[in-house]
Ligand binder design. Structure first.
Ligand SMILES: Nc1nc2c(c(=O)[nH]1)N[C@H]1C(S)=C(S)[C@@H](COP(=O)(O)OP(=O)(O)OC[C@H]3O[C@@H](n4cnc5c(=O)[nH]c(N)nc54)[C@H](O)[C@@H]3O)O[C@H]1N2
Ligand SMILES: Nc1nc2c(c(=O)[nH]1)N[C@H]1C(S)=C(S)[C@@H](COP(=O)(O)OP(=O)(O)OC[C@H]3O[C@@H](n4cnc5c(=O)[nH]c(N)nc54)[C@H](O)[C@@H]3O)O[C@H]1N2
Ligand code: SF4
Ligand SMILES: [Mo]
Length: 724
């Protein structure tokens, strides 16, 4: 029996549930992870990633010293040749190049990717540095590739995009809809609460998803719509609610606007009309609408199936229209709940990691907000023009609008759609800095790697999916010469300011992460009442929390919406997605599996990789038969953008004509195939729909057969889901 030297309470670094974990430390190593039974949000539960996946922290390939690329005269796509550098050398080199580019081409040609894995304190300082030193507001992060559709839609409908209700309400639900969220694999602990609501409370669950996910086993009703047809389905549900007068007249009158025009626009959206488009029987649409509308309280949870679409904004508006109509917002057990993905994606947005906003959605083009930040940041003049988004930054690299990118813990070369386009854009850049714990695919194209500490080696805060500000606590010493992100940024910002000869520094002298939080809190009314001391006492505090004696806000919009009244938006079903044709006859949907994380930078360096070591394409049995394919056969999958090679997993989870590939595996990167077409308003790519062709091939020489046969892994995944 190992006895811990110490046990440190902190927050899981993987998903937006924000589970509280105890790291058990012996001789500077994490040797065990468990969870306290008395703490929200997870009350002792953890999924396989939180419990067994944090060993990436100690992987030998952690970057241990700053690295400078030697072969800069070669194309960026060539394998990098690195030389180790001291911190002084590397930071001076970065400061020199960024100041030079800013003076030659203007500060606005410098862009940054904030990091939904890093802390609020880290991200606050990144956006402060980029905005204050370079006058550039082009600071964005992976939320653009994630909930941008949800955010844009919800801003239009109600003026706020955070998840409206808390995780704690979930197990008491009465009725709820889960759509476009494979919750069991992506928010496993949340899915436990949802399953508990069904099992223990007898709650009614409606799943709306083209793929069979584990939650369909718990559903009263499963609507299996055609990929990308959501708007028609929700419009038809609204049609039923209006037709049968099931809407909440009082709520509509008191809290909303635009209802009359909206219902007029719905006239043609009958369930029969929607059946044609969605493939869902009209009777099921009626039943779903009645179940949701007639409930005393009903919640909607959604994920990437709604957001990641060329009509992600419309999808979200369609969802919001129905919720507003039925009055299922602003009360416990209701709400519009986009489940946030990354451990700190909510916090990264809240900390100012978005082009138009300082902290907590204070706009850069709002003069009062800007003057406040100018005052707090040494009087540096700030740019009132919102900057570019992630997808625009990539395009900007191609036309010279963007010359340098500072990437804090993101991996566009795995996560962007149409990687050939992304690679081309990266190749065009003059200067790329990657500040990460590993050299990921994007790092391989960088000029400099700055090694940061992982969550286990630093202090700070994360904000989870239900807006709960929680602590991250240092448990082990930094690996090698790595330093906390916030500290690196301060050191660099001081060097840039020295070169620019600024009169007054924007202020980068902090003793610790808490001092950074204190500054953030002082300029952010929504965080005012939240201190490290209070988080230690209460475990976590839900923002908005405007005063020390304010209890925090577990659910939003009780009295009114941030935009005043909730607004109904008229919608027209249509699609701009790439459609399958004779040459590319299958629809490709991409997403996740339980054991892996995004480009795999972390999980493929953890013990989880042994359980799920290889990419596979899910193929419906009827399609497999037609193509003469069986599980474990190798196939080439081709789209108009590129081709990958991987093995087949025959399963009825995907509907006929639709294939699914997780995007975790660099050797068969799904994003070589995906399309960089975006939603015109949210700029989010169409990750859930592009056209592909499949052909049988032989095993590639460079890809060893893995030890666990695919069939067994499929079964293992099913078992893992049942164990929770
Ligand atoms: N294990 C693991 N967990 C994760 C992550 C991870 O990489 N690995 N990433 C985290 C992040 S950042 C995020 S954003 C979340 C994402 O969490 P999810 O959104 O749950 O993840 P996806 O796998 O993208 O699955 C989306 C769901 O959308 C469905 N879908 C596909 N097409 C459509 C459609 O046209 N309409 C609708 N309504 N649904 C459709 C798919 O069948 C799938 O069930 O997961 C987080 N959790
Ligand atoms: N085909 C397809 N593509 C997708 C999606 C999809 O569904 N399908 N989903 C999209 C979505 S929802 C998302 S959110 C994006 C995710 O895309 P990314 O955010 O680009 O992916 P991650 O692999 O999570 O990148 C996190 C990086 O942070 C590093 N890191 C971890 N901890 C720290 C830290 O403390 N400090 C620093 N500096 N670095 C750290 C990790 O090593 C890793 O390199 O992918 C998108 N791409
Ligand atoms: S559910 Fe999410 S936060 Fe909880 S242990 Fe799993 S990955 Fe970590
Ligand atoms: Mo995400």
């Amino acid at each position: 029996m190992i006895e811990a030297d110490k046990t440190v309470l902190t927050t899981c670094p993987f998903c937006g549930v924000g589970c509280q974990v105890n790291l058990h430390i012996k001789d500077g190593m994490i040797y065990r992870v468990d969870a306290p039974f008395d703490m929200a949000p997870n009350y002792g539960m953890l999924c396989v990633k939180g419990r067994f996946g944090t060993d990436y922290v100690m992987h030998p390939s952690r970057v241990k010293t700053p690295l400078i690329r030697v072969n800069r005269d070669e194309p960026r796509s060539n394998p990098p040749v690195w030389r180790e550098a001291t911190w002084d050398e590397a930071l001076d080199y970065v400061a020199e190049n960024l100041t030079r580019i800013a003076s030659e081409h203007g500060g606005e040609t410098i862009a940054a990717y904030a990091c939904a894995k890093a802390t609020n304190e880290d991200n606050y300082l990144l956006q402060k540095f980029i905005r204050a030193s370079f006058g550039s507001n082009s600071v964005d992060h992976c939320a653009r590739l994630c909930h941008a559709g949800s955010v844009t839609g919800l801003q239009l409908a109600i003026g706020s995009s955070a998840m409206s209700n808390s995780i704690a309400e979930m197990e008491h639900l009465d009725t709820f809809i889960v759509t476009g969220s494979n919750t069991t694999e992506t928010h496993p602990v949340i899915s436990n609460f949802l399953k508990r609501a069904v099992r223990k409370n007898g709650a009614k669950l409606i799943v709306i998803d083209p793929r069979q996910i584990e939650l369909t086993d718990f559903a009263t009703l499963w609507l299996r719509q055609n990929v990308g047809s959501d708007v028609a389905l929700w419009q038809a549900m609204a049609h039923v609610v209006v037709n049968e007068e099931l809407y909440d007249k009082d709520f509509v009158a008191r809290r909303t606007e635009g209802f009359d025009d909206y219902i007029e626009s719905l006239e043609h959206c009958t369930p029969e009309w929607a059946e044609e488009i969605t493939g869902v029987p009209a009777e099921d649409i009626r039943q779903a609408a009645r179940t949701y509308a007639n409930a005393g309280a009903a919640a909607i949870y959604w994920g990437m199936g709604i957001s990641q679409s060329v009509h992600g904004t419309d999808n979200t508006l369609a969802v919001a229209n129905l919720a507003l109509m039925c009055g299922h917002v602003g009360k416990p057990g209701t709400g519009l709940n986009p489940l946030r993905g990354q451990n700190n994606v909510q916090g990264c947005s809240d900390s100012g990691g978005l082009p138009p906003y300082f902290t907590a959605y204070q706009r850069v083009d709002d003069e009062a907000a800007r003057l406040k930040f100018e005052g707090a940041w040494g009087g540096r003049e700030l740019n009132p023009k919102p900057g570019l988004t992630v997808t625009e930054i990539m395009d900007g690299a191609l036309d010279g609008k963007i010359r340098a990118i500072y990437i804090l813990g993101e991996d566009p070369m795995s996560s962007e759609p149409n990687l050939a386009h992304a690679r081309h854009a990266m190749e065009h850049l003059e200067f790329i800095v990657c500040q990460d714990i590993f050299i990921n695919r994007s790092g391989e194209m960088a000029d400099v790697i700055l090694p940061s500490t992982s969550f286990a080696e630093k202090d700070g805060t994360f904000i989870n999916s239900d807006r709960r500000v929680q602590r991250v606590r240092k448990a082990i010493e930094p690996i090698g010469d790595s330093r906390p992100d916030w500290e690196i940024l301060c050191d660099l910002a001081r060097r840039v300011e020295a070169r620019m000869g600024v009169e007054a520094s924007a202020g980068y002298d902090y003793a610790d992460a808490e001092e950074v939080w204190e500054e953030m809190r002082s300029v952010t009314p929504d965080f005012w009442g939240i201190t490290y001391e209070r988080i230690a006492r209460e475990g976590g505090v839900h923002w908005p929390c405007p005063a020390a004696d304010h209890p925090g806000t577990p659910y939003l919009f009780e009295q009114e919406f941030p935009r005043g009244r909730g607004k109904f938006w008229e919608l027209e079903y249509g699609t701009d997605s790439e459609q399958p044709d004779a040459e590319y006859p299958f629809i490709l949907s991409t997403g996740r599996v339980l054991f892996h994380w995004h480009g795999g930078t972390m999980t493929r360096r953890s013990s989880l990789d042994a359980i799920w070591p290889e990419a596979a394409i899910e193929l419906h049995p009827a399609d497999a038969e037609r193509l003469g394919l069986a599980t474990s056969d190798w196939v080439n999958v081709k789209s108009r953008r590129g081709q990958i090679t991987l093995r087949v997993l025959v399963t009825g989870r995907s509907p006929e004509g639709v294939v699914f590939i997780p995007f975790h595996f660099a050797e068969a990167a799904a994003n070589i195939l995906t399309n960089n077409l975006v939603d015109p308003r949210a700029k989010i790519p169409d990750y859930k729909l592009c056209a592909v062709a499949i052909e049988k091939t032989s095993a590639p020489d460079d890809r060893p057969e893995t030890e666990v046969p695919l069939t067994e892994r499929g079964a293992m995944q099913d078992r893992a889901q049942q164990v929770h």
